[in-house]
Design a protein around this ligand. Structure first.
Ligand SMILES: O=P(O)(O)O[C@@H]1C[C@H](O)[C@@H](CO)O1
Length: 290
């Protein structure tokens, strides 16, 4: 496990560097998961930075995660876009995985839009469906392997944040209206995302257990970022692209592969991009209590 703790001071150093290198002052953060990176190409007046150049930023190691931070305009908002995220299975601590979200907070971000690729557990789901995340099951977090474990820095937020209200209902309502306009029909879903640690895809018995627990889709990311965003008062919206179907039968010849995940991401890129850009266009500023 990568060991250095990235705290408030390291976040401030990254923010100072970004402010020295870009005129943009983002209020919206976007995290692009596996296969979603093309959305960053839509950013106008983009300032593009390799993670390698930003103080304290980890490196992306997963195919489909480009490893660049893009600042600019999208859907009428000034945005900071992560073209690729970090995962605990890469060997990064939960604290390192969420470092960019805390940098976003200190940059002035009030709303975070997260995307991920996930396997469908709900038998009604199809490959290519887009699931609005209404809640999560954070398997590593339930065993105290989350980003808020350790000394609490009150400058970010309280020791015991609530997570029962993590996914903003107003943003989900706007996304539903946008998806209706875009005629997504049954391809738009709303459900529970389960985060497991990865990097192995789940066994059949594990998929059955996760489904029984109430999961609609399973992936290996997102929830650490959500915990930290909510801890520091950022409004959260998340979507999962169902890139493959979880294998629920013992005699199934089906196998999950990262290649299929990336292929589905490419095929669905236009839908995801339209949904997010239209959501941004319709998105009101947060209320003072957010
Ligand atoms: O970053 P996300 O959650 O979109 O990536 C998913 C989970 C694994 O990193 C990978 C498996 O194909 O895609």
């Amino acid at each position: 496990m990568e060991g250095k703790t990235l705290g408030y001071e390291q976040c401030e150093q990254a923010v100072t560097w970004l402010r020295d290198h870009s005129q943009h002052r983002p209020s919206v953060g976007i995290v692009l998961g596996s296969g979603h990176s093309a959305l960053a190409d839509q950013v106008i007046k983009a300032d593009i930075f390799s993670y390698a150049d930003i103080p304290h930023f980890p490196r992306s190691t997963v195919p489909g995660h480009v490893g660049r931070l893009v600042l600019g305009e999208l859907g009428g908002h000034t945005c900071v876009v992560m073209q690729g995220r970090f995962h605990m299975y890469e060997g990064y601590s939960a604290n390192t995985v969420v470092f960019p979200v805390r940098v976003m907070k200190l940059l002035g971000v009030h709303t975070l839009l997260l995307t991920n690729a996930a396997g469908g557990l709900n038998p009604e789901y199809n490959v290519g469906d887009i699931m609005l995340v209404k809640d999560h099951i954070f398997l590593p977090g339930l065993a105290a392997h989350g980003p808020l474990v350790g000394p609490n820095d009150e400058r970010f937020g309280p020791r015991f944040p609530s997570t029962s209200d993590a996914y903003d209902p107003e943003l989900r309502a706007i996304a539903r209206a946008v998806a209706k306009e875009l005629k997504f029909g049954q391809r738009l879903r709303e459900g529970v995302y389960v985060m497991e640690g990865g990097p192995a895809f789940e066994s059949v018995a594990e998929c059955r257990m996760l489904k029984l627990m109430g999961g609609d889709a399973v992936g290996m990311s997102t929830v650490p970022e959500v915990h930290v965003a909510r801890h520091c008062g950022i409004r959260v919206f998340a979507i999962s692209l169902i890139t493959n179907l979880a294998v629920l039968e013992f005699d199934s010849p089906q196998r999950a592969t990262h290649a299929e995940v990336l292929e589905t991401g490419q095929r669905s890129a236009a839908n995801i991009q339209q949904l997010i850009i239209n959501l941004l266009t319709c998105m009101p500023p947060p209320t003072p209590s957010d």
